[in-house]
Design a protein around this ligand. Structure first.
Ligand code: FEO
Length: 403
């Protein structure tokens, strides 16, 4: 049975939600599910903005056909060719022989890579600034390469001042009936997923996101329609400001995240002592994660949020404890910058994780170590307890100095 949301007289959300998928991109846990948004405009000529993932094909097709109510589908704009948004292109082409597919040169090439149907006779090739008039609406296209793939573009409805923003301004999380961000408590219910989505999916591409933000700044935008998560029609500045911050690799908060990797609990003990001292020195809202049971995407997301990062790791096979190494390499892959960090290493006979962690973190732009690496040989003794106290004070001073 169809499940659509009417947004304006002639605009409909026709996407789908998936609460069954465990891992988005077969990598990121999504306990709150995910939505695949698609938008259909019933103008003199009908135009669909993107499609959906294979998982929600059935309801999507029902949605589109219900809204079309017997009309043909004239245009499909493909803003992004990642399969979570384009699984249904071939099906639509079969159902609607008249369908024209709008994309840029890279989009069309990618459609050919993924599919075998005849695209050349259907393709409407657009480039930066081109327009498409469907009757009352005129759409214009802006390229947004690497937000999140190279073919990505966004579409702006100049008539109704709506930005169809592709992956930008999206979030993990299935929609629970409410379509708009102002209908939910976004800060409390959605923000962590929005941050984890941004930082892990496009966090690496800050300069490209900044380029898109610059283009968006020149537009009069009343509504942002992303491909995942709620639609923004109020208080757009709140979310745009987050994007400005994340894409420039500036922390959201003067806050400390401690991530530890501990085989038998002794490194964890050091992390707990450090956290306790930090609190004694006035640091609030300390975030602490055991990398063995925390998905790296959470560590990446929290590292984008916090100004100060502490990594405490056992030595393992003369290297970094494997889950910690995975988390650090993931941080490195996402190009995080501008953080202060501190290190604790442990090793019963040859502590080596500190030097190796330092090697990864030193490769990141404007990553500065606070204090000296605290070294444990098996467990915290009086000497290390004193060193952890000194380190906590140094971190706390830095957090306060940055406020
Ligand atoms: Fe939601 Fe980059 O796809």
């Amino acid at each position: 049975m169809y499940c659509v949301k009417q947004m304006r007289d002639d605009l409909y959300w026709v996407g789908g939600t998936d609460r069954r998928l465990a891992l988005f991109e077969n990598m990121y846990p999504i306990p709150r599910g995910v939505s695949y948004n698609s938008y259909l405009v019933l103008d003199e000529q009908t135009i669909l903005l993107d499609t959906v993932d294979r998982a929600v094909t059935d309801v999507f097709i029902e949605n589109v056909e219900h809204v079309l109510d017997g009309r043909g589908l004239n245009y499909l704009v493909v803003n992004h060719m990642e399969p979570d948004h384009c699984a249904v292109i071939g099906e639509l082409a079969l159902r609607h022989p008249e369908l024209k597919i709008v994309g840029n040169a890279k989009t069309i090439a990618m459609i050919k890579q993924f599919y075998d149907f005849d695209i050349d006779t259907r393709a409407v090739l657009v480039k930066e600034g081109d327009t498409l008039c469907t009757g009352r609406h005129t759409f214009t296209f802006a390229l947004a390469p690497m937000v999140h793939w190279p073919e990505v573009m966004v579409t702006y409805d100049t008539t109704d001042k709506i930005l169809y923003s592709a992956d930008a301004f999206g979030t993990f999380g299935a929609m629970n009936g409410n379509l708009y961000a102002d209908e939910v408590d976004f800060g409390r219910e959605w923000m962590d997923d929005a941050r984890r989505y941004y930082t892990n999916i496009v966090g690496k591409y800050g300069p490209q996101v900044q380029a898109l933000l610059k283009k968006a700044q020149a537009l009069d935008i009343e509504m942002i329609c992303p491909l995942h998560g709620p639609v923004w029609r109020r208080d757009l500045g709140f979310f745009i400001e987050k994007y400005v911050r994340w894409s420039s690799y500036q922390p959201e908060e003067r806050a400390v995240m401690i991530a530890y990797g501990s085989v038998y609990g002794n490194t964890e003990n050091a992390a707990n002592i450090l956290a306790g001292r930090l609190a004694d020195f006035g640091v609030r809202n300390i975030a602490m994660y055991d990398v063995s049971n925390t998905h790296p995407s959470v560590i990446v997301s929290e590292a984008f949020r916090c100004s100060h990062l502490v990594f405490a790791s056992s030595t393992y096979n003369n290297g970094i404890f494997t889950p910690m190494e995975t988390a650090l390499l993931d941080l490195q892959a996402h190009n995080i910058q501008n953080r202060a960090y501190a290190l604790v290493q442990n090793g019963s006979w040859a502590p080596n994780s500190g030097k190796l962690m330092s090697g990864i973190l030193a490769s990141l732009k404007n990553f500065d170590q606070i204090g000296k690496t605290v070294t444990l040989k098996s467990s915290v003794k009086a000497e290390q307890e004193a060193q952890l106290t000194v380190l906590a004070e140094q971190i706390a001073d830095s957090v306060k100095a940055a406020q």
